[in-house]
Design a binder for this molecule. Structure first.
Ligand code: OAD
Length: 255
């Protein structure tokens, strides 16, 4: 079995942090997979936590192509509300630490790829550069007819739902349940995962595939895996390091 439990290092204890920091320093290639938890300390709700979005709202009614076909106005109202929350939020020390880790690694000639399931762009705002967005970007919109993708920063949106210059409806450029991931992003995520010597899994419940499968891919290709999360996750059995705690506190300690 992969990642035998016996050698897992747990805790946010100083020696576990120090051991991971050493591995990060030594690695020539690092990949990180982030989820909603990394933005929790910025005030953006997660999906499955205690105040998670999917505990209050129905994913079927708001985040599927069928929902959009049925009621684009409702779907857009929900995205408009989330865009407003995200606009007010600031990157937290966890986002900043990941940007610094990338800066440090690349200035040493190494590779650092940040793969995120988040659509909030807080990693961009914190200064991360090589970002692979697996689930899209809430600030992009796509025409359902001509396919044109454009940036729309307006908060709140002036017209709900927004329309393309061709006259057709626009949708958020995000991945909904039942939809495929953008193929180029997926290829880049796979490549980074296969190449990584250390693979960080931060703030994700690791319940949504294929994103969650990247940790297994990395592990099988020889990476050591570190999980940063206040709660135990699906990936416990795979982790070489399990750092229990909020990413905004733990990640700065890895620098
Ligand atoms: P989830 O809401 O499923 O999981 C969030 C994770 O963050 C949980 O494991 C929490 O324990 C953890 N967490 C909470 N606070 C944290 C903190 N301060 N620091 C670190 N971790 C913390 O969110 P995701 O795993 O990102 O997809 O969800 C994956 C996908 O499911 C999302 O991209 C979205 C959703 O449906 C789509 O919309 C396609």
């Amino acid at each position: 079995m992969l990642g035998s439990m016996g050698r897992v290092q747990r805790g946010p204890a100083t020696d576990v942090v120090a051991s991971l920091r050493e591995a990060l320093d030594a690695a020539s290639s690092i990949a990180a997979l982030t989820g909603a938890g990394v933005s929790a300390e910025s005030g953006i709700p997660t999906f499955r936590g205690a105040d998670g979005l999917w505990r209050q709202y129905s994913a079927e009614k708001l985040a599927t192509p069928e929902a959009f076909e049925r009621d684009p106005q409702l779907v857009w109202e929900w995205y408009d509300w989330r865009r407003t929350l995200i606009r007010k939020a600031q990157p937290n020390p966890g986002h900043v630490a990941l940007a610094e880790l990338e800066e440090r690694k690349t200035s040493q000639g190494g590779a650092f790829t940040l793969v995120t399931q988040n659509v909030d762009s807080l990693h961009d705002r914190a200064g991360s550069r090589k970002i692979v967005k697996l689930h899209g970007d809430i600030w992009l919109v796509r025409c359902v007819t001509c396919g044109r993708v454009e940036r729309n920063d307006q908060v709140p949106l002036a017209s709900l739902p927004p329309h393309c210059r061709c006259g057709a409806l626009q949708r958020p450029e995000v991945v909904w349940f039942g939809e495929a991931l953008p193929s180029l992003a997926w290829e880049r995520a796979m490549e980074a995962s296969c190449r990584a010597q250390v693979f960080l899994v931060i703030g994700t419940s690791a319940r949504v595939y294929p994103a969650a499968g990247l940790a297994q891919v990395a592990r099988q290709a020889g990476a050591r895996v570190a999980v940063v999360n206040p709660e135990p996750t699906e990936l416990e059995g795979l982790a070489d390091w399990a750092l229990r705690g909020p990413s905004g506190e733990i990640l700065p300690r890895l620098l």
